[in-house]
Design a protein around this ligand. Structure first.
Ligand code: ADP
Ligand code: MG
Length: 383
């Protein structure tokens, strides 16, 4: 899957849709999160990295003030929207993501005009690999590129997030858009979700004879599921009872033991220990100790399973099978209740894949999807 082949494919699709050549082609990657789950909205730390798969957009300016959007993954009529009337609540379905980006850019005073967009993707959707942010960031680069606007990437990440929060209506944090726009190849991004500041941390599994493997468990959480909001509420309540603004401000996990309610105690313990694990993992990577970080991934999973209670049966089974077959560490990734598992495995990983596949077959589950996850470059113009 070279950039060249990807660009040719999406440019060809643009030609089929609009009967002309695009003016440019952009790609924005999906992301994995090495460690740091449910820490973002507690203003803590996360450690994502960009994948070598993402969303592609071929685009050209239009002079009729219309935004016309097609996606190869969403067959049917294109979304055809007069830009001047695009506002939250007016666009539903998948087209709300790209339309929301145009809206957020214009709201911030960036004069983007009409455009024809053709979208294609090499990322599974809803698997916790952030196809939504990849879509937003690819469209943000395309629209600013078409109109010659130079918006700094951290600002673009905030605008893309605004599209998802205020236009689509999904209350997600800043991690996904930051990862897609700010990561570097062979690095993870240690992101402080309070200040928004990120720093690159070396992450080169291949150089250590290792690999990062993503297993799409096939399980999907229902959209609008209330459990995410419930966890956020529990964290806010725990912070309030501990007398801090948010759980990031609790440095010592023992402080969480002071909470009277056992559920809140467990939730707080997860967030506080997870923040420690993220900073510890980043320090290990900086010292060249990736293999040692495997144990932190597994500890993160145990904490998410037992204290935060957001894991799901396929994830637990995948983690167990991976560790038994020689993985150095593994954990569920994303908000929970469905999506993917990330595992740190030996570069020769056939045994791990086979063990997971066999376990699913024995349980009568559909076969899982496997994805190599080399830490890759951030969003960019391909032509
Ligand atoms: P994730 O970000 O983990 O993949 P989300 O539920 O946040 O899951 O985002 C998935 C949604 O993003 C899809 O339901 C769809 O609306 C939109 N989306 C992502 N990729 C595409 C694409 N290639 N074409 C059209 N819509 C897409
Ligand atoms: Mg998403």
């Amino acid at each position: 899957m070279s950039d060249e082949a990807d660009a040719n494919r999406v440019a060809g699709w643009f030609g089929d849709c609009y009967g002309r050549q695009p003016e440019g082609v952009w790609q924005a990657p999906g992301r994995a999160n090495l460690i740091g789950e449910h820490t973002d909205y507690n203003q803590g730390w996360v450690l994502p990295f960009a994948l070598d798969r993402g969303v592609l957009v071929a685009a050209a300016c239009r002079h009729d003030g219309m935004l016309v959007i097609r996606s190869r993954q969403a067959p049917g009529e294109p979304a055809t929207l007069p830009l001047a009337t695009v506002a939250p609540g007016r666009v539903t379905g998948w087209a709300a993501y790209p339309a929301g980006v145009a809206w957020a850019l214009r709201e911030a005073g960036h004069p983007v005009g009409g455009a024809s967009l053709a979208i294609d993707s090499t990322l599974p959707q809803g698997a916790g690999l952030s196809s939504s942010a990849a879509l937003e960031c690819a469209v943000a680069l395309a629209l600013t590129g078409l109109y010659g606007l130079d918006v700094p990437r951290p600002d673009l990440a905030i605008l893309a997030r605004r599209a998802e929060n205020d236009f689509v209506g999904v209350p997600s944090g800043i991690m996904d858009q930051s990862a897609s726009l700010l990561c570097q190849a062979s690095h993870a991004l240690l992101l402080d979700c309070r200040s928004g500041e990120g720093s690159a941390v070396p992450l080169e599994p291949a150089a250590a004879g290792l690999a990062l493997l993503i297993v799409d468990t096939g399980a999907r959480h229902a959209l609008g599921d209330g459990r995410y909001a419930l966890r956020r509420g529990e964290c806010d309540q725990a912070a309030g009872e501990l007398g801090v603004r948010c759980l990031r401000d609790v440095a010592d996990a023992a402080a969480a033991d002071g909470l009277a309610d056992p559920v809140l105690r467990r939730r707080a313990r997860h967030v506080v220990t997870e923040n420690h694990r993220v900073t510890q993992a980043a320090a290990m990577l900086r010292a060249g100790g990736l293999a040692g970080a495997g144990a932190l991934l597994s500890a993160s999973h145990t904490s998410l399973r037992d204290d935060f209670e957001v894991s799901w049966p396929e994830a637990d089974t995948t983690v167990d099978a991976a560790l038994e077959a020689g993985a150095l560490g593994a954990r569920m990734m994303g908000g929970g209740f469905g999506g993917s598992v990330i595992a740190l495995v030996p570069a020769a990983q056939d045994a791990v894949r086979a063990a997971i596949g066999e376990r699913y077959a024995r349980l009568g589950w559909p076969a899982p999807g496997f994805l190599d996850a080399p830490p890759s470059a951030s969003a960019r113009r391909l032509r």
